[in-house]
Design a protein around this ligand. Structure first.
Ligand SMILES: NC(=O)c1ccc[n+]([C@@H]2O[C@H](COP(=O)([O-])OP(=O)(O)OC[C@H]3O[C@@H](n4cnc5c(N)ncnc54)[C@H](O)[C@@H]3O)[C@@H](O)[C@H]2O)c1
Length: 211
């Protein structure tokens, strides 16, 4: 990857999607692919795809398109897909339960390995095959299960406290589903996911394409 460029977050978010579609194309036996074909499959305009790919240097050739295997190994390295990522889930309520059930089945290298909920017993319980412990054991079990990242689905009032504890443990990143704007140290990556913001963006797109 060309490290001189800071990759925009919108591009970063599309990388796993590109990877998934490229895997499908490879499974169908496709050797090369144009940005137009990717665009048709992914419903992202070809200019965006070309711009996204340009952040990683010249990956395609004019008139030839992109070499599927080359792109796949490139994305796999970039996304560290060869390395498993263990994730901890904090807060097993409505949202957390759904994540434990889903557990990223489409991405075999990323999985929730341990979860925490204040209603869980100290010695732990099993929900959808994942051990769930009381948050008193966060530091101990996060380490024991080799978690690198945390998904935060706790009630709002606990969000910052749990974030501070994760920061102290040098957790690498948080995927935050709570509505709280969290304060994190520079060393920690934070991504906020808010369905109402996404929905508002969709409403805006729909309204602005009506004429
Ligand atoms: N981002 C989104 O689009 C979106 C959508 C729905 C809900 N949310 C937010 O996600 C969070 C979870 O929503 P929900 O509907 O699952 O709520 P919920 O009340 O069903 O679940 C929250 C869980 O967190 C647990 N909890 C509280 N403090 C804790 C702590 N310190 N450590 C571990 N567990 C703790 C509670 O026991 C509970 O089981 C809320 O903050 C909510 O506002 C976000």
């Amino acid at each position: 990857m060309n490290k001189e460029y800071k990759i925009p977050q919108a591009t970063t978010k599309r990388l796993p999607l590109y990877y998934r579609f490229l895997q499908n194309f490879a499974q169908e036996g496709k050797k090369r692919i144009s940005s137009q074909e990717l665009s048709d499959a992914m419903k992202i305009d070809p200019a965006t795809i070309r711009r996204d790919f340009s952040y990683f240097g010249a990956l395609g050739k004019k008139g030839y398109g992109y070499d599927v295997q080359h792109l796949l190994s490139f994305f796999s390295q970039t996304l560290d897909q060869d390395e498993a990522t263990n994730v901890a889930l904090i807060g097993v309520g409505n949202l957390g339960n759904a994540f434990l059930k889903y557990n990223f089945q489409k991405n075999h290298n990323t999985r929730i390995v341990v979860a925490f909920d204040s209603k869980a017993p100290y010695e732990g319980t099993d929900i959808s095959g994942i051990p769930v412990f009381h948050p008193d054991r966060l530091e101990e079990m996060y380490e024991e299960y080799g978690a690198e990242l945390a998904i935060l689905t706790v009630s709002s009032r606990s969000a910052q406290t749990m974030t501070d504890r994760l920061a102290k443990m040098n957790a690498k990143g948080i995927l935050n589903f709570t509505p709280i704007r969290l304060t994190v140290p520079d060393s920690m990556k934070l991504m906020n996911i808010d369905l109402s913001v996404e929905l508002q963006a969709l409403i805006y797109l729909v309204r602005n394409s009506e004429s």
